[in-house]
Write a protein that binds this ligand. Structure first.
Ligand code: ZN
Length: 275
């Protein structure tokens, strides 16, 4: 795989898929994205994500922040290794850890549980926990971060939308759409949504099917939809349906693979997929 371009784009947003798998996919790293505007944000950091990220970059200073949608292992348990690697690779500049409510503070506790004492201020670059609140946009990097809670059973999960100069990319994390996540998705240039199941009937209640994600994207009038985090045994079935359905939608539709990059441009033109 050629080295991806991970410099911040002059305009718009670049999204690079680090991993696209569900929790227990034997072949794919956990779902994680790099979103780059004026700053670089990693969205979710499950246990398989550090190695997937290291396949793309060995730069300990690349990230300005990490956003955790929730604290399930496949979304947060890679944080101890990622944070420690950055420290031991010479990072000195601060890193912000974002999450809704207490999620970011909980993520830092997971890191400290993994490597006790390693992230003390005397040893580590500054780690700043930033708690985001639904309904209150957080100014960041010349744009905003906004969150909305999904319906994810016992584990609170919040989707996040990054907006820069009117260009927006939203990532669902896990869970079913709510009025809040649908409002957040409205008019988004890019929606990246978990799609664990194929049809609604066979999908567990804390997750979403392709049919439901398509309906959400139609209602919210997004411009591009990427679906990922497919249940491993259904992955090829869902991808085949995505290929079949892609041409018949009002938005572009893909099921990306790790290493894929998408540039969301600052115009009203559909996004270009970079090789
Ligand atoms: Zn998950």
């Amino acid at each position: 795989m050629p080295a991806p371009n991970l410099t911040c784009p002059d305009a718009g947003l670049r999204v690079t898929f680090v991993g696209t798998g569900e929790a227990l996919d034997p072949d794919l790293a956990n779902t994680s994205l790099l979103v780059q505007g004026a700053r670089t944000l990693l969205l979710d950091c499950g246990y398989a994500v550090p190695h997937a990220l290291w396949a793309l970059t060995r730069d300990p200073d690349l990230l300005d922040g990490v956003y955790l949608s929730h604290l399930h292992a496949d979304h947060a348990f890679g944080l101890p290794a990622l944070l420690l690697w950055m420290r031991l690779s010479g990072r000195t500049r601060p890193l912000q850890i974002f999450g809704a409510g207490t999620t970011a503070a909980g993520a830092l506790k997971i890191a400290e549980r993994g490597y006790p004492g390693s992230f003390e201020a005397s040893k580590c670059y500054p780690l700043e926990v930033v708690s985001l609140t639904e309904g209150t946009p957080h100014a960041w990097g010349g744009g905003t971060l906004e969150v909305a809670a999904s319906d994810h059973a016992r584990m609170p999960n919040s989707a996040v939308k990054i907006t820069r100069h009117g260009v927006s990319a939203m990532y669902s994390g896990d869970g079913r759409p709510t009025a809040g996540t649908e409002a957040l998705a409205r008019g988004a240039d890019l929606l990246v949504h978990e799609c664990f199941g194929d049809t609604e009937a066979g999908t567990p209640p804390a997750h979403v099917s392709l049919d439901e994600v398509l309906a959400l994207a139609e209602r919210a009038q997004v411009r591009q939809l990427c679906v990922l985090h497919h249940e491993a045994r259904l992955r090829e079935t869902i991808r085949a349906r995505v290929t079949d359905l892609a041409g018949a939608r009002s938005f572009s539709l893909t099921s990306p693979a790790a290493g894929d990059t998408l540039v969301v441009p600052p115009s009203s033109a559909p996004g270009e997929a970079a090789p």
